[in-house]
Structures are given as structure tokens and as C-alpha cells.
Design a protein. Structure first.
Lengths: 283, 355
């Protein structure tokens, strides 16, 4: 009995995973290979052409999603790293206040936040409308329905998920190690490049994973801030499921996206030498 | 001061602001450390010794005063531009770099040619007996090995002075003692100035040429180990370095009447405080000769400590005196608890504090 206890304690979470992860995945995999329509029903036909058809039809949106996800991730990294650095090393006693501010947006729904951006950025809205009235902007100036708006929305919405893991990694860097670098003739820039940056890479790695994956798959930002030429793969999957009721195509696209992201993560982990990096951080 | 000091502090003050209050960590320290000297900053935690060292290294800027290295004012110079290196408490090795890369760090920052780096790092690892461990990561090493990497990482740059911040604090007793001898050997070999921060008086006494005993932000005494032990400048120094008996009273005719006996203080009159070390005192039942200091008391406690016995003896006026007696003959104690005894010591072993 003693030896079974840990397994029994883990049982609820295993059940949870089985019911809410494994079962839906298997069901979706099965649906992705079926043919039929919503009225007459779907039947399993092992139709692997569902995949090639879906990818052929939506390769543009798939590629665009990866591009937008990548652009947003780079933007988040550029904005987020200095913020994390500031909170970890310079904020002093106000550290917890800044961390709270970072989490504050989560008190408002994701969709509402995105809609408020739409409100702010609308062509004749409070910001651009006023500027246009004053003649400071040309009448045809617009931000909504551009790549910039969608990537900007993604960047805004997922930024905390970039900052927090980097902050955690930087927070763990022993200040004495940085002092040791200065003592060994490193300038501030050299100490950062040779010591702080390498020690924070595990956080960067985690931050990139936690933002690139959801940003690439996100349908909300493109739907609210984008136009017809900014459609992302998340929007397509949503439409195929909820509007066209074409479950097999939607499922096939979901699995394709998952596969692409998994391969991407794997290549990324290899390129960065995660094992070394994580080992160094585990000290 | 003769010649040029390696390190000079002139009336250095360091203030911190904490919760709106000004705290003085270092309150006016002036000292000179000679070239090639093994110099210790000794004191309890919070006495300002680490802050003093950090100002020498350049990690802290003094609020007031001047820091000079080899005659040059370096008060505002950042640590990376100072020709001294530091061994940090708990070592602060770079966890993501191998032993070799840790040791090579300083040379690489100084753009030393590659062949020279290879040669010097190799030699240095040889000296600290880690030649086979160059490819290891710091976390794969024992505490003693990490300590030696930290030492090698600093010494490979051939600094003109080495600062050591409680470098043996994390090691167990046996290793500590071995490393004390090792450090002293390396210091003799490389011949550079060592500044050693410690709260361990035994460590300071063993290794140092001179010791600055610090308390509450000031230097209480600056002298060689023997001088500090035998002739403490203050009650604090007497109490902090080893065990010490303090006897106070009013002396008349070079004698202090105390505990049914007398303490000889030739040439002193009026209020004095006398210190006498426990190992200088003889314990016995017969009344000692007139030319000795002698007091009467009752043995309150006997503690057997292997190489010696420690006696706590209560005097008639309530004062308690500690006596160490070596176990030269056998393990039986000279006196038992409750025995009435005479304590005696030679006149030159009483030291009048502040004289």
C-alpha cells in the first residue's frame, strides 16, 4: 500500500489529463481523417488528403501566422528583456509593485483588452480622429487592419509571459557573480554579455516558448485588430469549426499547426543548446 | 610610514541610507598596508570589515576619505580598472563556465594573447592542483576545489594585491586548517599583498603579519598577532581575541586588591582594567610567592577539553576567572568543583589595558 501511495495521489491529475487532453486529442485525430458533412454526419475514411487539401488551401495563412508569431516574439523580447532586467536589478524595494503592475492587465478579459485597443486605434476614433481634425495626420491614415496592428496586439497581449520567466532567471543571478566579472576587468557591457546574458538564457528560452506558441495560434487579435489580409490560422480553424462546420478540415489544420510548432520548438531547442543552458541554470 | 604602502586608507567613512536613517558602516578608518604583507581585517559581523574591503576593491565608494593603491588615488575608479583582484565569500564562480574558462576570464577581458592565456591558466591550475579538472563545471567540484578555482581565477592575473572575503567560511574544520597553511604558502610563493577579511580570530592569528581589529566601524587596534594577543589595546580586543579575564579596580602602590589577594600592576595607580590570559594562570592550593599576582577563589566548574582543563573560579567579590591548565601529567583534575584554590600568575602577565 505504502508504495502505491504516490501513484494514488497522482491519480486525479492523470485522470484529468486522460479525460481533458488525451481523449479530445484522439477524437480530433480521428475527426481529421473523416469525410462527410454536418447534416448527414461524418464517417471514418482514413482520408489523409484532408491534410494536403487543408494545407494547400490555407498555406498563406499558416505562413502568415508563423511570421506574425515570430515578429511579435521578437518585439516582446526586445521590449521585455529590459523590463525584466529593470525589475530584477534596479527596482529595489518597489519590485513587488512592478510585478503587480505586470499582472494587472489580467484582471480584465483578454478579448476586452483587445477591443479597447481597437477602440483606441480606430480610424476616426479618440486618438487618430482628433489628430486628423487638427490636420496633424492625413485623412487616409490608418493603423487598424494592418500587420502592424495585429503584431502590436499580439505583442501587447502576451508581453507578461515574456517578462516573467526572464525576470525569474535574472532574479536568480547572484550579484556577486556580476561583481566578480567587474573585478576581473569586465566593463559593464562585457559583464552583461559574458555573464548576465548567458545566465538568463533559460528564462529567454522559456519566455519565447510561452509567447511564440500562443501568439502564432491566436485568433482574437487578427479578428479584432486585423483586416481581411491579416487572417491568421487561428481564425481559419475557428471559421471552419463554428461557421462552415467542416470539422475534418479544422481538425487537420489544428494538427498541422501543432506539428509545425513542435518541430519549430525542437529545432530551436537544438540551436540554443538547451541542455547546456538549463544545466548551468540548475546550479 | 616608510616607503610606499600597497594600500592606504585615509579617514575613510561609509554611510548608508536605510529607512530614512543614516547608518555609518565605517566611521573613519585610516590604515596602510605594506607591499607583500599578509594583512587581516578582523572583527565580528557588522563591524565594517567587509565594507572596508569592498571600498578597497571599488565595489563601494567611500562617503568621505581617500583610497590609495600604490600611492595613486583610486577613490572614484571602478573595480575593473583597479590592479587588484578579489576572492569572494562563497567564491562567486561563473556557473556557466568551465574551470578553465573561469580562470581565463580576467586574461581574456584584458585581451591577452591566446598562447599566453593557455600557458598562464595551465600553470595556475597546476599551482592549485586542479590541472586535471579544467573541463569540469564549478558545480561538479567540492567546496575545497571551488575555493582553489576562485583563488586561481584571481591570482592568474598577477594582481598587485589580493583581497579575500572570508574565503574559508564555507569549508569544514579540517579543510579550513589545510587551506590556511596552503594560502600562506601561496602568498609566500607569489609574494603579493594579501588582505584577508575574517571573523575568525584563530585564522587571523595563524596567517597574518598584521591584523586590524575592527569594531563598530572603527579600527580598535592595528598590530602584529603577538602584540594583539598579549597587549590588547581595549577591552573589546581582549575579549574578542581568545579568552581573557578582565579585572578592574582602584590600584594603590602598584597593587590592585581583589578577591582576597592582589594583582601586581607596577607603576600604575588609580582606576585600572587588567587583562590576564587563562593559560598564564597557575591553579593550586598553597599560597604562592609574594612576587606573583595571586587571588583566592572557589572552583565553580571544571571542563575537560582533551589537551587541557578549563576551570571557572569564583572570587570572593563575585568576579569569575577562567583558567586553562594543560593535561601534562594525567587526566585527573588538579582541583575539583567546590575546592578552595589560589590562582597566581607572574607580574608581567597582567596587562593594563590602554597603557
Amino acid at each position: 500500500m505504502r508504495r502505491l501511495t504516490p501513484y494514488l495521489l497522482a491519480l486525479p491529475s492523470w485522470m484529468w489529463l486522460a479525460i481533458f487532453l488525451v481523449v479530445p486529442m484522439v477524437a480530433m485525430a480521428s475527426v481529421s481523417l473523416q469525410t462527410g458533412n454536418a447534416i448527414d454526419g461524418f464517417a471514418m475514411t482514413f482520408s489523409f488528403s484532408n491534410y494536403s487539401d487543408a494545407i494547400g488551401r490555407y498555406s498563406t495563412q499558416l505562413a502568415r501566422s508563423l511570421l506574425y508569431g515570430a515578429l511579435a516574439t521578437v518585439a516582446m523580447l526586445v521590449i521585455g528583456y529590459p523590463v525584466a532586467y529593470f525589475i530584477a536589478f534596479k527596482a529595489g524595494a518597489r519590485k513587488s509593485m512592478f510585478l503587480f503592475l505586470l499582472l494587472l492587465p489580467f484582471f480584465v478579459s483578454f478579448v476586452l483588452r483587445t477591443i479597447s485597443w481597437n477602440f483606441l486605434l480606430s480610424d476616426n476614433g479618440i486618438l487618430f480622429g482628433t489628430l486628423k481634425d487638427w490636420g496633424l495626420l492625413p485623412d487616409d491614415f490608418h493603423v487598424l487592419a494592418t500587420t502592424f496592428a495585429v503584431v502590436g496586439g499580439l505583442t501587447y497581449n502576451f508581453l507578461p509571459f515574456m517578462i516573467l520567466p526572464i525576470y525569474v532567471a535574472l532574479e536568480r543571478v547572484d550579484p556577486r557573480v556580476v561583481e566578480a566579472a567587474h573585478d576581473l576587468y569586465a566593463t559593464r557591457a562585457a559583464a552583461f554579455r559574458r555573464v548576465v546574458l548567458p545566465l538568463s538564457l533559460p528564462g529567454v528560452f522559456a519566455g519565447v516558448l510561452m509567447t511564440f506558441v500562443p501568439a502564432t495560434a491566436d485568433p482574437i487579435n487578427a479578428a479584432i485588430l486585423g483586416g481581411r489580409s491579416n487572417t491568421m490560422i487561428g481564425n481559419i480553424i475557428q471559421t471552419e469549426y463554428l461557421t462552415n462546420l467542416d470539422y475534418p478540415t479544422a481538425s487537420a489544420l489544428s494538427f498541422t499547426l501543432m506539428a509545425v510548432l513542435l518541430v519549430g520548438i525542437f529545432v530551436y531547442a537544438r540551436a540554443l543548446g538547451t541542455e547546456n543552458v538549463l544545466e548551468a541554470a540548475a546550479r | 610610514m616608510t616607503g610606499l604602502s600597497a594600500i592606504e586608507l585615509e579617514d575613510v567613512v561609509k554611510e548608508y541610507h536605510s529607512h530614512g536613517e543614516v547608518v555609518q558602516a565605517v566611521r573613519g578608518v585610516t590604515l596602510g598596508i605594506e607591499e607583500g604583507e599578509f594583512f587581516s581585517l578582523l572583527g565580528p559581523s557588522g563591524c565594517g570589515k567587509t565594507t572596508t574591503m569592498r571600498m578597497i576593491a571599488g565595489f563601494e565608494a567611500p562617503t568621505k576619505g581617500v583610497v590609495r593603491l600604490h600611492g595613486q588615488d583610486v577613490t572614484g575608479v571602478p573595480p575593473n580598472k583597479r590592479d587588484i583582484n578579489m576572492v569572494f565569500q562563497s567564491y562567486a564562480l561563473f556557473p556557466h563556465l568551465s574551470v578553465w574558462d573561469n580562470v581565463a576570464f580576467g586574461l581574456r577581458q584584458r585581451r591577452t594573447p591566446k598562447e599566453e592565456i593557455d600557458r598562464r591558466v595551465g600553470e595556475m591550475l597546476e599551482i592549485v592542483d586542479l590541472a586535471e579538472r579544467g573541463r569540469r563545471m564549478p558545480r561538479q567540484l567540492s567546496g575545497g576545489q571551488q575555493q582553489r578555482v576562485a583563488l586561481a581565477r584571481a591570482l592568474v592575473n598577477r594582481p598587485r594585491a589580493l583581497l579575500l572575503d572570508e574565503p574559508l567560511g564555507a569549508l569544514d574544520l579540517k579543510l579550513r586548517q589545510a587551506m590556511q597553511i596552503e594560502l600562506k604558502r601561496i602568498q609566500r610563493e607569489v609574494g603579493i599583498t594579501f588582505v584577508y577579511v575574517t571573523h575568525d580570530q584563530g585564522e587571523a592569528l595563524t596567517m597574518s603579519d598584521r591584523i586590524a581589529v575592527m569594531n563598530d566601524g572603527v579600527v580598535e587596534q592595528l598590530a602584529g598577532p603577538r602584540e594583539i594577543y598579549e597587549r590588547p589595546a581595549s577591552a573589546f580586543v581582549a575579549g574578542f581575541i581568545g579568552t581573557s579575564n578582565l579585572l578592574s579596580g582602584s590600584a594603590t602602590g602598584g597593587e590592585l586588591a581583589i578577591g582576597g589577594g592582589r594583582v601586581l600592576v607596577p607603576g600604575h595607580d588609580g582606576d585600572v582594567t587588567v587583562t590576564v590570559r587563562p593559560e598564564k594562570i597557575t591553579i593550586g592550593t598553597d599560597e604562592p610567592a609574594r612576587d606573583c599576582s595571586a587571588v583566592r577563589g572557589t572552583v565553580a566548574e571544571v571542563v575537560y577539553l582533551g589537551t587541557y582543563n578549563s576551570y571557572a573560579v569564583s572570587l570572593a567579590d563575585g568576579a569569575e576567572i577562567t583558567v586553562f591548565q594543560q593535561n601534562v601529567h594525567d587526566a585527573t583534575a588538579t582541583a575539583e568543583r567546590g575546592d578552595s584554590v589560589w590562582l597566581s600568575w607572574r607580574a608581567q602577565h597582567s596587562y593594563v589595558i590602554g597603557s
